[in-house]
Design a protein around this ligand. Structure first.
Ligand code: PMP
Length: 463
């Protein structure tokens, strides 16, 4: 394309996009005959595309990120002011917003003391995996190096994170993976009947005991960490069953296994508490977070640890291998913590945690109402404003609805101007859950609007 063009010349923007952009998560063949969607503007819970069409965003920027909503001037101003003062410095140096945000965040995480800055959820998880490996070398002659991860959980897109990936469709064709990652079973009670030996009562304890069985099989002296999502996101919006987390904690303590909780989705308010694990009284050793930390106003992710983990890397010795020899170039960007600080102030001043709990209950009730009307909904579940509706062909057999039909519901909502999500292309055979994660500012009328779009879509797709 010749010359420059204005951002207002949207047909040329679309042409440039079609010529040069390799979109995330996309098969590009259809773009030979259709245009990709370009999101031009956002305000509150709404976004507008290149055709001027308005959408109500029920998934906070496609992947549950924009927790405080679009168009927040105060975050833009905080970032602008900070960039003009100092945009960046990395290496071993700290920064003013970096230190202040660390103190504010850690106030919300009793038991935790140290924050390591990175710039994506995958990277934060990689750092945690590296810490586990280094601790194994420092303390256990390299032996206690295995990292357990769970079926259906997702921890990121790098080869290390895919090695800890419980969603086989995301992993297919990217192996071979890193050694030393071991899978444990999922804890989706609704599908417990498909797991051999699962009881109908006390499923939560049983599901946790399956982790212990894997530890015993592998040898507890080889297992360094267990990495879990507090509420599994893309693997099916899996709310952990009663009794599960308490037992998981006991098992980790019993075998001296570090508990790494991946709060990349749940962290910073999504479930109505600062962190998902705080619903369950768990005390993790490492917590990673990304999406909601700055609601997408800047790329920032954090790995937070206890002082006990931190102390393992501290020594007076002159051993050049003794510290965490890791860096993140853009962990030195100050825009991230500047945006994160203002994001946190908004959540507190507007009581968005309280709103999330109230609106989460309201939406779960509403989904329950849809379930009465539409027999294709097998189960609705959620925590705060993080909800799912699992679609089945038959309630008795719980046979999962085909992905194509689930996607037809998503497409119908999109045509109505409401963006919802689904667990697509992740767990083979089980890409059958509609996902909702509206911004934490959602009001009853927004929820009603989303529910009415889903109602209409289910009626049109399934009759
Ligand atoms: N963990 C979880 C639970 C996630 O959902 C994601 C992203 N969807 C990641 C990690 C990876 O984060 P990122 O895409 O920022 O690397």
């Amino acid at each position: 394309m010749d010359g420059t063009f204005s951002e207002n010349d949207l047909s040329r923007v679309v042409a440039a996009d079609k010529a040069h952009i390799w979109h995330h998560l996309s098969q590009h063949k259809p773009y030979e005959t259709t245009d990709p969607r370009i999101i031009v503007e956002g305000k509150g819970m709404k976004v507008w595309d290149q055709n001027g069409k308005e959408h109500l965003d029920a998934v906070s920027g496609a992947v549950w990120t924009v927790n405080v909503g679009y168009g927040r001037e105060s975050i833009a101003n905080a970032v602008r002011d900070q960039l003009l003062k100092l945009n960046y410095f990395a290496g071993s140096a700290g920064s003013i917003p970096g230190a202040i945000f660390a103190e504010r965040l850690i106030e919300k995480m009793p038991g935790m003391t140290r924050l390591y800055y990175t710039n994506s959820g995958s990277e934060a998880n990689e750092k945690a995996f590296k810490m586990v490996r280094q601790i194994a070398h420092k303390r256990y002659g390299g032996k206690k190096h295995k990292i357990l991860y769970r079926d259906r959980d997702y921890h990121g897109t790098t080869i290390g994170c895919l090695s800890a990936g419980g969603q086989d469709q995301r992993n297919a064709q990217y192996g071979p993976f890193a050694p030393g990652f071991v899978r444990v079973p999922h804890c989706l009670e609704y599908r417990g009947f498909e797991q051999e030996g699962a009881p109908t009562d006390h499923y939560g304890e049983w599901a946790a005991d399956q982790i212990e069985a894997v530890i015993l099989r592998e040898g507890p002296d080889t297992v360094g960490a267990l990495c879990l999502e507090p509420v599994t996101a893309g693997g099916g919006v899996i709310v952990p069953p009663e009794g599960y987390w308490q037992r998981v904690q006991e098992i980790c303590r019993k075998y001296d296994i570090l508990l790494h909780i991946d709060e990349v989705v749940c962290g910073v308010g999504r479930t109505g508490t600062w962190f998902g694990y705080q619903h369950y009284g768990v005390e993790p050793d490492m917590v990673t977070m990304a999406k909601g930390v700055a609601s997408g106003y800047a790329a920032i992710a954090c790995l937070v640890t206890t002082e006990a983990v931190f102390d393992l890397f501290k020594s007076d010795a002159s051993d050049p291998l003794d510290y965490f020899r890791d860096i993140s170039t853009f962990g030195g960007c100050t825009a991230g913590p500047a945006a994160a600080l203002e994001n946190m102030r908004i959540i507190e001043d507007e009581d968005l945690l309280g709103n999330t709990l109230a609106m989460g209950d309201y939406m779960l009730d509403g989904l329950g109402g849809l379930m009465e009307k539409h027999k294709v909904i097998g189960q609705v579940r959620g925590k705060g404003l993080f909800l799912g509706a699992e679609l089945v062909t038959d309630r008795d057999s719980r046979a999962p609805m085909a992905e194509k039909q689930v996607q037809a519901v998503v497409a119908d909502c999109m045509a109505q101007g409401v963006i919802i999500g689904a667990t697509n292309r992740s767990v083979p055979g089980y890409n059958n859950t509609l996902c909702f994660s509206p911004a934490l500012i959602a009001r009853k009328d927004d929820i009603d609007h989303i529910l009415s779009a889903v109602d209409g879509a289910l009626t049109r797709v399934f009759g």
